[in-house]
Design a protein around this ligand. Structure first.
Ligand code: TXA
Ligand code: MG
Length: 522
């Protein structure tokens, strides 16, 4: 079939209307995305929409009208809530679902007893519907499963040769499809978020729910409130993963990935290949550019894409809803603790494991070094220590460490007070310097309350005798001193019970244990 590319002239719109009236297919711009239109009351025409898109036949279509009153013959009843929403948002990016009248066939409704109706705002769309002289069934004009087209060139890519005509009306204003709300149940429920937000809807009709599947994946046995929710969607050829993180953490993460592409916001400090989708705090710009960005990534040949997460409020909910489907629900959560904790009792050989991990290329954060750093150049902390333990622990502005140790380790109470000042500072410095999945090497990991900052914890363990020998040799101290130091710590079972992995270090092969654990963690 030869597909005509039409302009928005009176002549071309009239021609397009005629094509639809005769049972043909025309793609046209709306304020949301391009639609693929056919006469909604002509079953055969509607069937050919499903064929052109490769769309499953149980996924119903939206019926587009050009005047508010055109909804009346399509539904059983225009309820008061429907009327209120129409008055507030028609014409505009909102689709309302109501029980259908007998005039609406089963092909359009995908076999359901409801129908989705929308009155677009876009002038070209309205002129076309008027010219066609019938309600126009129109899904987004993409091949099923691909991102919805926001520009005529993407419609041409997907539909050329499969439909009668495409009206080139420039870029779409909103860039994500309409908000879909059902009024067919007890409580109004948003099935698909769009530019008309939950907040805007609630200000008109009060309590409105959001279908669970909007922001999460569907469970295997769940029946879709909207059939469109169960299908793979908006998926580019690349594998997309959403990275849930603040700007800087995201930047560090994506910049450390090889051969990856970033799908980020304008102004993000990204050194790998990137495509942007709008500005950080501007959800409308994100909505407008998202689908275009996904298609660009394909054009650039991206295989793996790390996307920066949008906010989920306002129109951001629509952006997130599309992005999470493009990512097949894959999210890396870097807000959750992302250290790999490495700890163990004194003399077990944690230091050796840490140096092997460093040689294997892991980013190691040595808590002891940070403690030294704090003592050397953090006047705020030194002042707090002085007010806690007395001014004579500071000599000429410098910390007398021996003196501090004497006082601080003289009682459990004092040790606690020292730790409560130093540990939080160490953790926050480590967080500042950490690359994702950095190893936090901390002898006092548990004591410092850092365990819940760790994604996984590895403890290095060795037999009592081995540890005793190592400590006395390493630190040149007596057996007695070594024993008292060992007894001040948690016992071995504590480490084992509170760790995800244990490395045994009595002469066993360390590298193979590390490799196995790291493979599992990564
Ligand atoms: O902005 C839009 O709505 C665009 C433009 C072209 O108007 N159209 C659009 O249509 O996005 P489509 O077919 O790609 O998406 C329609 C969505 C699907 O998720 C479908 O399952 C749902 O609306 N839907 C349609 N009728 C329904 C019904 N009776 N009950 C539940 N969900 C329905
Ligand atoms: Mg669609």
């Amino acid at each position: 079939m030869e597909t005509k590319i039409l302009s928005t002239s009176e002549y071309d719109i009239a021609l397009a209307g005629e094509i639809i009236a005769k049972g043909g297919l025309v793609a046209f711009p709306t304020e949301t995305v391009y639609g693929l239109g056919a006469d909604a009351l002509n079953e055969n025409a509607v069937k050919s929409i499903y064929a052109a898109k490769g769309r499953p036949s149980d996924n119903p279509l939206i019926v587009h009208i050009c005047e508010k009153e055109d909804i009346v013959p399509l539904v059983k009843e225009v309820t008061p809530k429907a009327r209120a929403l129409m008055d507030a948002f028609f014409p505009g990016p909102l689709t309302i679902i109501l029980p259908k009248s007998d005039r609406v066939g089963n092909v359009v409704s995908g076999g359901l007893d409801t129908v989705a109706v929308r009155m677009p705002q876009n002038d070209i769309a309205r002129r076309l519907i008027r010219a066609a002289g019938c309600p126009v069934a129109a899904p987004s004009a993409n091949t099923s499963g691909l991102p919805s087209p926001t520009r005529a060139k993407y419609v041409i890519e997907d539909m050329n040769g499969k439909i009668d005509a495409i009206i080139d009306g420039g870029d779409c204003e909103f860039g994500v499809e309409s908000t879909v709300i059902t009024l067919a149940g007890d409580v109004p429920t948003i099935l698909r978020p769009g530019a008309v937000t939950k907040e805007m809807i609630e200000s008109v009709i009060g309590k409105t729910e959001v279908a669970r599947a909007v922001l999460e994946g569907m469970k295997n046995d769940e029946v879709a409130a909207s059939p469109g929710m169960k299908y793979k969607h908006y998926a580019p050829k690349a594998q997309v993963v959403i990275v849930d993180a603040e700007k800087e953490v995201y930047e560090n993460f994506v910049n450390s990935r090889e051969n990856a592409f970033a799908l980020c916001f304008e102004g993000d400090n990204v050194t790998v290949d990137k495509v942007t989708y709008g500005r950080e705090n501007d959800d409308l710009s994100q909505a407008r550019e998202l689908f275009d960005a996904l298609r660009q990534l394909d054009e650039m040949g991206a295989k793996k894409v790390y996307a920066r997460i949008p906010h989920t409020t306002g129109v951001g909910m629509a952006v997130y809803n599309r992005l999470i489907r493009a990512a097949a629900f894959k999210i890396i959560d870097l807000r959750k603790p992302f250290f790999i904790g490495l700890t163990g009792p004194t003399g077990a050989g944690k230091g050796y494991v840490s140096s092997r991990l460093a040689e294997m290329g892991f980013n190691i954060l040595d808590a002891d070094k940070y403690v030294k750093k704090i003592y050397d150049n953090n006047p705020g902390i030194l002042n707090r220590l002085a007010s806690e333990f007395g001014n004579d622990i500071i000599i000429n502005g410098e910390l007398d460490r021996k003196k501090l140790a004497q006082i601080a380790f003289s009682s459990k109470e004092n040790t606690k007070r020292l730790n409560s000042i130093v540990h939080p500072e160490v953790i926050s410095l480590c967080e500042r310097d950490a690359k994702p999945l950095a190893v936090l090497d901390a002898p006092q990991l548990f004591e410092a309350g850092a365990a819940d900052k760790c994604y996984k914890i590895i403890s290095v363990i060795a037999d009592y005798e081995t540890r005793l020998r190592r400590i006395t040799e390493r630190d040149k101290i007596t057996q007695e001193q070594a024993v008292s130091r060992m007894n001040a710590q948690f016992d071995e079972s504590y480490y084992i019970n509170n760790s995800d992995f244990v490395i045994y270090n009595n002469g066993e092969d360390i590298d193979s244990q590390i490799k196995k654990i790291m493979e599992e963690i990564l």
